[in-house]
Design a protein around this ligand. Structure first.
Ligand SMILES: Nc1ncnc2c1ncn2[C@@H]1O[C@H](COP(=O)(O)OP(=O)(O)OP(=O)(O)O)[C@@H](O)[C@H]1O
Length: 305
């Protein structure tokens, strides 16, 4: 069986605030798992519990079937949301120091740091104080800090926020390569297009629970189907008011809409044809962004009751 990192029924409160309510999911060796959810959904809390910097009130975290102990936790590469570098220490010196904390010999630490600085495009800044680097470059160094000790597990809190497109590609490539060597990679992000592109599986967290998890295709298959109608001459609002139709968006000549169960798609086609030529009339699965909106805006059990 594939080794996996299991987060099993983990709950956590901060005083009166319930941050996690029995959250359960697993990240398999060799996969990239994206954790998405609104602000305050509990993603950072879950990651900090995996790392062991926070204790869960109940539930368990296991790697390869065994509860995570101090030794296993030392093998996690972690990128915290509040970046944790020493601002007035030189880049290379700091990375070597962090690597040594993980028990690498001085020579191996230097070699690994040189390697990762080169790979992440910060080798030219090795003797600069971290504080002198741009935010994006600080983030590259922070990623290097998560990688230099050759971790068995990677946990990254919003690693992509604030990166330019080239840095996003570098970060994506590194995560994919690590996963390909059998490392389970888990990261949180609000950039859903990126999550959709990069992740093997995605989990949507809402109010401290995992409300949907699976491959993007599995999640999309469970979501509401959209209808795409391209009618270049159609005026704005042409589909509003058609029975059972909700317009998602309209741009250029294209309108995306959803149909309630039993609504008549042919009535939509007739309405579109009434505006002029129809160039496209097709069903499509929702994007991860549509799905996310759909899931996080649904009433919760408490609200529905
Ligand atoms: N140290 C703390 N003390 C009190 N409440 C906290 C603390 N840390 C987090 N919380 C609360 O716990 C809940 C979950 O927060 P968490 O930071 O885990 O969410 P998140 O999904 O990472 O959010 P974001 O996307 O904004 O980073 C929120 O209601 C938050 O206000």
């Amino acid at each position: 069986m594939t080794r996996q990192l299991e987060i099993d029924g983990v709950s956590k409160r901060y005083g009166d605030v319930v941050a996690l309510q029995g959250i359960t999911f697993e990240v398999r060796a060799g996969e990239i798992f994206g954790l998405v959810g609104s602000n305050g959904a509990g993603k950072t809390t879950a990651m900090r519990i995996v790392l062991g910097v926070l204790a869960a009130d109940s539930g368990a975290v296991r790697w390869d079937g065994r509860a995570l102990d101090r030794d296993t936790r030392r093998k996690i590469g972690y990128m915290p949301e509040e970046r944790g570098l020493y601002p007035r220490m030189k880049v290379a010196e700091q990375l070597i120091y962090l690597t040594r904390l993980h028990g690498m010999s001085p020579a191996a630490a230097r070699a690994s740091v040189d390697d990762w600085m080169e790979r992440l495009g910060v080798a030219g800044r090795r003797d600069d104080d971290v504080i002198k680097l741009s935010l994006g470059n600080q983030q590259r160094v922070q990623l290097a800090a998560a990688l230099v000790h050759d971790p068995e597990i990677l946990v990254l809190d919003e690693p992509f926020s604030g990166l330019d497109p080239v840095a996003v590609d570098v970060m994506s490539g590194v995560l994919r390569d690590k996963a390909d060597t059998g490392v389970p990679v888990m990261f949180s992000s609000h950039q859903l297009d990126l999550v959709e592109r990069l992740c093997d599986r995605v989990g949507i967290v809402r109010q401290g629970r995992m409300v949907a998890a699976g491959t993007v295709d599995e999640l999309r298959a469970g979501g509401p189907e959209a209808l795409i109608v391209t009618a270049p001459d159609a005026p704005a609002g042409w589909a509003a008011g058609l029975p059972g139709v909700t317009v998602l968006d309209q741009s250029g000549g294209s309108t995306r809409l959803t149909l309630d169960d039993g609504a008549d798609d042919q009535a939509v086609l007739r309405a579109a044809l009434a505006t002029g030529p129809v160039r496209e009339f097709a069903r499509s699965r929702p994007s991860l962004t549509d799905l996310f909106r759909h899931i996080v805006s649904a009433p919760t059990e408490g609200e529905a009751a």
